[in-house]
Design a protein around this ligand. Structure first.
Ligand SMILES: NC(=O)c1ccc[n+]([C@@H]2O[C@H](COP(=O)([O-])OP(=O)(O)OC[C@H]3O[C@@H](n4cnc5c(N)ncnc54)[C@H](OP(=O)(O)O)[C@@H]3O)[C@@H](O)[C@H]2O)c1
Length: 284
């Protein structure tokens, strides 16, 4: 694995799997840009990555995926900072016990985990095409398998029925649809797009009550079986930097190997439909 001379942008790079992915890629020689909602947290993460990687080529960019204005400002900052963008790691994610909405009125889990990343990627895609060979790496989850019946296009914003895990599973299925459809659209461009499951990781994810009662009761029981954040970053680091996956696109990975997705995730028509709907939503 080598990331020498590469510029990498990692969303949600101030904590958890994103932070460890930043450390790993900085150690491999990449210039690392991490996004953070909070500038102070971003500054702390930059120092942490610099110290642990021994690299000085680390910067923070502010991004709140629940705000189109913030996403546009972030993309503009990145385009100014980075004359080339070789790897885009779409890692930031949320799970929310109660239904809330983004600045534009989209259900937050869908809005942040999928739609915000959709908009950010479209704004950066020309730069990635110019930097080809380049890679989009989408951090999904095996939780996508809980969305057995796929996405409910008649209620994408979960206005009629909201359950935290249901919304989360669907957003992670949307991540896979997005990566697959992006890969299809980028065929023959030398820009690849793949998704992954990092494993069950002892990050802060769901610790602050985001998962509601189920999280409070279930997470302490499940946590001893979780892997470290460093281990959770291994697949994102490998997909971002390994020559093993040169030119490989449209696949889902776990433990640095191609893995099976759910039957619903194979629905290419749903992936195309989600792309079309997402275009409408970010344009509206
Ligand atoms: N942990 C697991 O077991 C597990 C399993 C499968 C998949 N995943 C996926 O792995 C990814 C990373 O999760 P993690 O476990 O590392 O969780 P984490 O420690 O909670 O980190 C999540 C990151 O996303 C950022 N974020 C949250 N909402 C955001 C928003 N609106 N705009 C921009 N950034 C935002 C957070 O920023 P703040 O610090 O500001 O909150 C943080 O940097 C997620 O996509 C998750 O779905 C995790």
């Amino acid at each position: 694995m080598s990331a020498q001379g590469k510029t990498v942008l990692i969303t949600g790079g101030n904590a958890g799997i994103g932070l460890e992915t930043g450390v790993g890629l900085a150690k491999l020689g990449a210039r690392v840009l991490v996004t953070s909602r909070d500038a102070a947290k971003g500054a702390v993460a930059v120092e942490d990555i610099k110290v642990r990687s021994g690299s000085e080529a680390v910067e923070a960019v502010t991004l709140d995926l629940a705000s189109f204005a913030s996403i546009r400002a972030c993309a503009s900052d990145v385009l100014q900072l980075a004359p080339r963008l070789d790897v885009l790691v779409l890692n930031a994610g949320q799970v929310n016990a109660k239904r809330t909405e983004t600045e534009e009125g989209f259900e937050t889990t869908f809005g942040v985990n999928h739609l915000g990343h959709f908009l950010l990627t479209t704004l950066l895609l020309d730069r990635m095409r110019q930097s080809a060979p380049s890679r989009v790496v989408v951090v999904s989850s095996h939780a996508h398998k809980s969305a057995r019946r796929g996405l409910d296009f008649s209620d994408l914003q979960a206005e009629h029925r909201y359950r935290a895990f249901d919304a989360y599973g669907k957003s992670k299925l949307a991540n896979i649809y997005f990566a697959n459809e992006l890969a299809r659209r980028l065929e023959r461009t030398d820009v690849t797009a793949n998704s992954l499951h990092p494993g069950f990781v002892t990050s802060r994810f769901g610790k602050d009550g985001d998962l509601g009662l189920m999280g409070k009761l279930g997470m302490p029981i499940a946590r001893p079986f979780a892997i470290s954040q460093e281990a959770g970053a291994l697949t994102p680091i490998w997909l971002s930097s390994s020559s093993d996956v040169d030119g490989v696109t449209g696949l889902y990975f776990y433990k640095r190997a191609a893995a099976e997705t759910s039957k619903a995730a194979h629905d290419d028509e749903a992936a195309r439909r989600l792309w079309a709907v997402s275009e409408e939503l970010v344009g509206s």
